[in-house]
Design a binder for this molecule. Structure first.
Ligand SMILES: NC(=O)c1ccc[n+]([C@@H]2O[C@H](COP(=O)([O-])OP(=O)(O)OC[C@H]3O[C@@H](n4cnc5c(N)ncnc54)[C@H](OP(=O)(O)O)[C@@H]3O)[C@@H](O)[C@H]2O)c1
Length: 214
């Protein structure tokens, strides 16, 4: 598959490498392609770099991996036409431009209106699936937790899109929990706040969530 990754930060690069490792062709989108010269030289012929618009056009599947405050602007630059009908894996968290309060991140959204709901409403023809937002980038691709698979919580309105994303997540070493429609992003996005607390308080960043079930 051709994967268009909107975002050149650590998440964009880690997921780009993960998709290449699993046999896909990847384009990474950025406002400054020159920033990724080093990544591109290491990625070989399966990796390319372009604008957000080029990258969205290139992808059969699109991954949104930009700063939460830039998510809307990035999709505007990507262009609605290029997102039409495509799966958009949304890795973003709506972290506000304010410091954490005693280790608790601040969000610019509310518990009644998540970022992914806003993005889905703005681009109704795109098929958003929330994923990868509740784990650190070091554990996004085939993480090693001594044989235990971490849980990836996902949600979105399109059942086929979630099925396809689940297959990818299983390949990337996760067990998948489908939490329902886009509204569930109100619960999945704040998992990042919880994930980061041990990091900010005790410099512990090497964990992942697992849902225990009977
Ligand atoms: N870091 C983690 O471990 C982690 C884990 C889970 C989820 N996440 C989420 O994943 C997303 C990406 O995180 P990250 O750590 O890789 O990097 P980041 O610093 O949050 O995002 C970097 C990307 O945001 C873009 N960007 C920033 N300001 C912009 C603007 N005004 N207009 C358009 N684009 C803008 C940058 O574009 P340019 O390429 O043009 O500079 C770059 O591609 C975030 O939403 C984060 O909350 C991160």
């Amino acid at each position: 598959m051709k994967i268009g990754i909107l975002g050149s930060g650590v998440v964009g690069q880690v997921l780009a490498n993960g998709f290449i490792k699993h046999g896909h062709e990847v384009s990474v989108g950025t406002r400054s392609p020159e920033k990724l010269a080093d990544w591109k030289s290491k990625a070989g012929k399966s990796g390319r770099v372009g604008s957000f618009a080029d990258t969205a056009r290139f992808g059969d599947l699109v991954v949104l991996a930009v700063k939460g405050t830039a998510a809307k602007e990035t999709l505007r630059l990507a262009g609605a036409e290029s997102l039409k009908g495509k799966i958009v894996i949304d890795t973003t968290n709506p972290i506000a431009d304010a410091p954490p309060d005693k280790g608790v991140l601040k969000y610019f959204t509310s518990l009644e209106n998540s970022l992914m709901e806003q993005l889905q409403a703005a681009y109704p023809a795109a098929r958003f699936v929330k994923a990868f937002n509740s784990v650190g980038n070091a554990f996004m691709v085939n993480p090693d937790f001594a044989g235990l698979k971490p849980t990836m919580f996902i949600c979105g309105n399109d059942a086929d899109a979630k099925k396809e994303v689940s297959t990818i997540l299983e390949l990337f070493g996760f067990e998948v929990e489908d939490m329902g429609g886009v509204e569930a992003a109100r619960a999945i996005e704040p998992l990042c706040i919880l994930w980061c607390i041990p990091g900010f308080l005790r410099n512990q960043w090497t964990h992942a969530f697992k849902l225990l079930k009977k």
